[in-house]
Design a protein around this ligand. Structure first.
Ligand code: 5GP
Length: 239
């Protein structure tokens, strides 16, 4: 049973439940970019991100990756284990796009082999700055072994998701993960994995099929996200 509102973020609301250590995430229709400077709302976006994230976490669960996800409850809500979020954004990049092209002058679409893992500090006031490991130890309570585990899990998620998306005709360019600690202190994957948090390019056309359609005003966000969900649903039905 849904309890009281615990927290409201840019893309989700978090509610308590009658079960200790379990929360409900309610996906909103709001879209934000550039640390909230660009804002809009799209009818149906919350449903799409909830259903896409649920499919992705179910797939990762089948491939032995521990996450906070328990189950999808309805179109816009999912049940998750409560975690204490480690305030790091862990980005994995297979191909150059977005901030790394501007920060390091690397041309968009340059491949990275092996993939590059980057850490950012989850802090809106500071604009989520990029960090090295020493900064992460100073600014957060993450330990050396936890950070090694987090980076290892991020690369494992990359391998699994590259394969999943390739099977549905999409190139996984990059993505952002968040991790949290559950009650016993172990680290699990948390937050969401959706076209809001990943860059996905159509393998045949090269078209951008993610939040960049909103960031760069180059397409219809709802039609794009619906297309991603349909591809993932067709894939899971075929399996
Ligand atoms: P970039 O560093 O190029 O802006 O982002 C790299 C990847 O991480 C992209 O797939 C982007 O969507 C995701 N990402 C990075 N930071 C955030 C964030 O604060 N919110 C969301 N939703 N995604 C992020």
């Amino acid at each position: 049973m849904k309890g009281s509102l615990l927290y409201e973020g840019k893309a989700k609301k978090v509610y308590t439940t009658d079960q200790p250590q379990q929360l409900i995430l309610s996906y909103k229709n709001d879209a934000t970019a550039f640390n909230g400077k660009k804002k809009d709302a799209f009818e149906g976006k919350g449903r799409l991100n909830n259903l896409i994230t649920s499919k992705v976490f179910e797939y990762l669960h089948q491939h032995d990756i521990n996450s906070h996800f328990i189950q999808s409850l309805n179109d816009t809500e999912q049940l998750v284990h409560q975690t204490t979020i480690v305030p790091l954004e862990v980005v994995v990049r297979n191909v150059a796009a977005g901030s790394i092209t501007r920060r390091l002058g690397i041309e968009e679409r340059t491949p990275f082999t092996p993939p590059i893992v980057e850490l950012f500090y989850k802090n809106d006031e500071l604009n989520d700055p990029i960090l090295n490991d020493a900064h992460a130890y100073h600014l957060t309570d993450v330990t050396e072994s936890e950070l090694m585990q987090i980076k290892g899990m991020a690369l494992e998620v990359n391998e699994q998701l590259k394969a999943l998306f390739k099977d549905v005709g999409l190139q996984l360019v990059d993505f952002k993960l968040e991790f949290g600690r559950v009650e016993d202190g172990s680290i699990v994957l948390a937050d969401e994995i959706s076209p809001d948090t990943c860059r996905l390019w159509d393998i045949e056309t090269g078209d951008k099929m993610d939040k960049d359609v909103f960031r760069e005003n180059i397409g219809n966000l709802i039609e794009t996200y619906e297309n991603i969900l349909q591809r993932l649903e067709a894939y899971t039905c075929a399996k």
